[in-house]
Design a protein around this ligand. Structure first.
Ligand code: GDP
Ligand code: MN
Length: 361
């Protein structure tokens, strides 16, 4: 789970890392206060999960007279296609130097690894490519609760001592928050000391529960609906809706769609023993994906009974064609029910997928 900058900054601050004063706003109306209430200079930052946000126009400079107007523009914009729903307005730092620091896990060494560059900022990727030695790294035993001092000195080179202290504090965040990545770019020096001007934190999804972070906070309405029914559901951008039972069969259906040159609109595994009602909800859910032009139902009857499946498909009354392959328990009866209603059925998954790809062109 990737946190947004303002959330990550709160966690950084809890460990003593200095962050600029700022306010979060989710509506333009919230920030319509007189210019006298604003600091002389501000930075307005879109809170969107997008890399290279600054270069894409998501970080804007303003002063107390232009802050509201600038914020209004940012609210009405999209950054790399992502609509801006929240903005962070911060007192602008008088930056003297920008460093880069990030902490992650070296899976080969089974150790935390810290990367540091004297030249941080928005061009860090280019810097890393152009100059291999621009980024230093150290790794150490995960049993240590602090980064050893000699490694901090090696890592940070000529950077001020307060930078070393901040790197160690960032390591505390990394451990306490079960992070896969903790990054500050840029970590800056100013006349009043060191600040985290930006913040990035990715929490290990396996640890969201003990971190008290809601697992489903970024779900779409359809994904929430799927969760309610206990479906494994992922929405994609193709035109062929997919319903299967069992992750293996469903994945294989997706693979076959790709193989025949089609694009899947979703992955939906109804699970074992699905009754007609479950199947009905599944078909309706997939039919609701805007890009869907046809739905492939590929179900193997074991505990699941194919006549129940057929009843569910019929009850759903999908507005797009549903092409069905059912095999196993009560398949005969299921096929009879579906053919009465004029549904197209084919006897192998190869055939249903080929047909669906044909239908979508
Ligand atoms: P990113 O593009 O998403 O990484 O956004 P950042 O928060 O890192 O901001 C991009 C760049 O904007 C930084 O590298 C800084 O050069 C500049 N910037 C951000 N905050 C401040 C600030 O408070 N003062 C000044 N002078 N520049 C800032
Ligand atoms: Mn940044």
């Amino acid at each position: 789970m990737k946190l947004l900058e303002y959330e990550a900054k709160q966690f950084f601050a809890q460990e003593g890392i200095r962050i600029p004063k700022g306010i979060l706003a989710s509506k333009y109306e919230e920030i319509c206060t007189p210019s006298s209430t604003w600091p002389e200079n501000v930075v307005i930052k879109a809170q969107v999960d997008v890399g290279g946000r600054g270069k894409a126009g998501g970080v804007l400079m303003a002063d107390h007279t232009t802050v509201i107007e600038t914020a209004r523009k940012l609210f009405n914009s999209t950054i790399k296609g992502v609509p801006v729903q929240r903005i962070l307005i911060e007192e602008r730092l008088a930056i003297q130097h920008e460093y880069y620091v990030s902490i992650t896990i070296d899976r080969t060494k089974k150790q935390p690894v810290i990367l540091f560059a004297e030249a941080g900022g928005v061009d860090i990727e280019e810097t890393a490519h152009a100059k291999k030695d621009a980024i230093r790294s150290v790794s150490f035993s995960p049993l240590l609760s602090d980064v050893p001092g000699f490694l901090l000195r090696e890592l940070c080179g000529n950077a001020p001592g307060e930078i070393q202290k901040t790197v160690n504090q960032l390591y505390h965040v990394f451990c306490k928050k079960d992070a896969l990545l903790a990054e500050i770019n840029p970590l800056v020096t100013t006349p009043d000391g060191v600040y985290a001007a930006d913040a990035k934190l990715i929490i290990d999804d396996n640890c969201l529960d003990r971190q008290g972070i809601a697992v489903n906070r970024d779900l779409t309405d359809r994904e929430r609906e799927a969760e309610k029914h206990g479906f494994s559901f992922v929405e994609m951008d193709g035109s062929i809706g997919v319903i299967g039972n069992g992750a293996g069969l469903t994945m294989a259906t997706l693979d076959l769609i790709e193989y025949y040159g089609g694009r899947a609109a979703d992955f939906l595994d109804v699970g074992g023993g699905a009754d007609s009602e479950r199947v009905m909800h599944a078909v309706r859910l997939v039919a609701g994906v805007p890009s869907v032009k046809v739905i492939v139902v590929n179900l193997l009857g074991g505990i699941t009974r194919c006549d129940e499946v057929a009843r569910g498909i019929i009850a759903a009354g999908a507005p797009v064609p549903v092409i069905v392959r059912i095999a196993g328990t009560n398949a005969e009866e299921g096929r009879r029910l579906l053919s009465e209603k004029g549904y197209e059925m084919l006897d192998t998954m190869d055939h249903v997928v080929k047909k669906a790809v044909e239908v979508t062109g």
